[in-house]
Design a protein. Structure first.
Length: 544
């Protein structure tokens, strides 16, 4: 190959402008050729070699924009093709002794190329009699649920609860249905309705979910039928939650790999089936599903206004604890900022550094630091104003006595404890969310650990900085145990929900965790619960 390339280069460049190339220019060309030859070779179909030195056959696959199953993610190293189906395909192919080459194709084009033999394999395929004529189906490797998305407020108009009723309504109303090109539903009746030429004018085809939802929002379609998790992710990323809603009807189906009968022998399909069974048996499939779908569902769950409001309340409460300590121990304004920042954002920063997150949460949004600064400045000004008023004697003894009584009233202390308990509840969930999104394993260990670091770690750092000799979170007070307990319960619940991953169950799990953590902390305050401690006699004996 090198001689041919060299001859072509020599014939093409030996004469430029009627003059011969100087020798030094020839050397430059030769050097460039030397560096270029590996690049040329790499573009050809070179056998892939695995860790055992085996030459792996390469199957021509593909991907299209189908978040969270197939998508390109921006990382510090650049763009990376990832997603549940991409990673499962790689893992299964590796066990089967195969390699998959992914190139971008729309879904409809990919299915057409499976039929023609221009592609070998596609993931995420639903079985249909039509596809079975030109492709081999693997055993199922996961499930998905199709739902009908409608404009917000429209679901109440459609009372159907079964597929036949839905299709009858579509025919009677001229319902304009949006689908992805090449879409096949889990119900044969839906596929027959889509394929019926009489309904062609009512079927609106798009290349991906984002196009589908844009058509729905601008009124080109009356509804779209799509995989529930993929559609919900699209709605979340597009910021369309207030514009669309799901219909209650659910259509659950198995998902397979589809191989071209023209290019893939049944022996290859058998190896894939054996690999799927092996990964299901050893728990790898479950772990991959948890790693790639749970973070998406959790992120959608907490990306809601009520959670953000509670997060703000908790951040302010944690910052206020630092302000009160700074006022009591007469810290400077800078010292107060530091004491307030550590419990409010310090635990989250330590957590993010521990799991090596690319962007720390505190740096991703200025709102947290802004809340800390605002809390400290407000506390600083209020305390100074009260001190000035008292020193100047501007208030009567009666009014001053009432103010003093109010500041010492149990209601004021109770409001602080309530806000602090809200912070613990929210930060417990946030810690587990980071553990899941960072793909830490086992989640039952890292979930409660990161929840505790997030909720109590900052307070521990604050007390260490003060050098007070007493760290409340570690000596007697039932505080750090709250995120440990509820972080563990939430982590176990998320593991139990895999691979079903119902978004409604995720919301319920998060709400129960927050209510439980809040109630546990408030019970500890009201009942004055203490953490289990070593006996005092043992401590005295050790000192002797």
């Amino acid at each position: 190959m090198a001689e041919k390339c060299f001859a072509k280069m020599r014939n093409s460049f030996s004469v430029i402008g009627g003059t011969r190339m100087p020798l030094v220019l020839w050397l430059v060309v030769l050097m460039c050729l030397g560096f270029s030859l590996p690049i040329f070779a790499a573009s050809e179909d070179v056998p892939v070699i695995d860790e055992q030195g085996r030459h792996l056959p390469v199957l021509r696959g593909g991907w299209f924009l189908w978040d969270p199953y197939q998508f390109v993610e921006m990382r510090s190293s650049g763009k990376v093709l990832t997603g549940l189906d991409v990673e499962l395909t790689r893992a299964i192919a590796r066990v089967a002794g195969l390699e998959i080459k992914h190139s971008y194709r729309t879904w409809g084009r990919h299915i057409a190329e499976i039929r023609s033999g221009d592609a070998d394999i596609v993931s995420g395929a639903t079985w249909s009699a039509e596809r079975a004529e030109f492709g081999h189906f693997s055993r199922p490797y996961r499930q998905e649920t199709d739902v009908l998305y409608l404009p917000r407020g429209e679901a109440a108009r459609y009372k159907f609860g079964e597929v036949p009723e839905m299709l009858r309504t579509f025919r009677e109303t001229g319902f304009r249905l949006g689908i992805i090109s090449g879409f096949t539903a889990g119900d044969p009746a839906i596929n027959a309705y889509i394929a019926d030429p009489a309904n062609a004018e009512c079927i609106v085809v798009a290349d991906n979910h984002y196009e589908n939802f844009r058509d729905l929002i601008v009124g080109r379609t009356d509804g779209i039928l799509a995989d529930r998790l993929g559609a919900a992710t699209c709605v979340w990323r597009g910021g369309w939650r207030e514009l669309v809603e799901e219909h209650p009807l659910r259509i659950t189906t198995d998902v397979h790999f589809l191989f071209s009968k023209k290019t893939v022998p049944t022996e290859t399909v058998r190896r894939f089936d054996e690999a799927i069974a092996a990964l299901e048996a050893n728990g790898v499939t479950r772990r991959v599903i948890h790693a790639y779908l749970s973070p998406i569902v959790l992120a959608q769950t907490i990306d809601r206004s009520w959670f953000k409001i509670l997060d703000i309340i908790g951040t302010i409460a944690f910052a206020l604890s630092g302000v009160l300590i700074a006022a009591r121990e007469r810290y400077s304004l800078f010292g107060a900022l530091l004491l307030a920042s550590l419990p409010a954002v310090g635990g989250g920063a330590v957590r993010d550094l521990l799991v090596n997150r690319e962007t720390l949460t505190v740096l991703a949004s200025p709102i947290y630091v802004g809340l800390v600064i605002a809390t400290v400045m407000a506390g600083f000004l209020v305390i100074h104003a009260m001190h000035l008023v008292r020193r100047r004697g501007w208030l009567s003894d009666r009014i001053e006595a009432r103010i003093a009584a109010l500041t010492q009233h149990r209601l004021v202390g109770g409001l602080y404890e309530v806000s602090d308990a809200v912070g613990i509840a929210v930060f417990t969930v946030s810690g587990v969310v980071v553990a899941v999104s960072s793909k830490t394993t086992p989640i039952w260990l890292w979930g409660p650990l990161l929840a505790t670091i997030t909720a109590a770690g900052g307070g521990i750092l604050r007390d260490v900085l003060r050098q007070s000799g007493s760290i409340a979170n570690l000596m007697g007070e039932f505080y750090a145990e709250v995120p440990v307990i509820w972080g563990l319960l939430l982590s176990l619940c998320l593991l139990w929900q895999t691979p079903r991953l119902d978004p409604n169950e995720f919301i319920l799990s998060v709400v129960v965790t927050m209510v439980g953590a809040f109630a546990t902390r408030m019970a500890a305050v009201l009942l004055r619960l203490r953490s289990p401690q070593f006996p005092a006699a043992m401590v005295r004996n050790s000192e002797k």
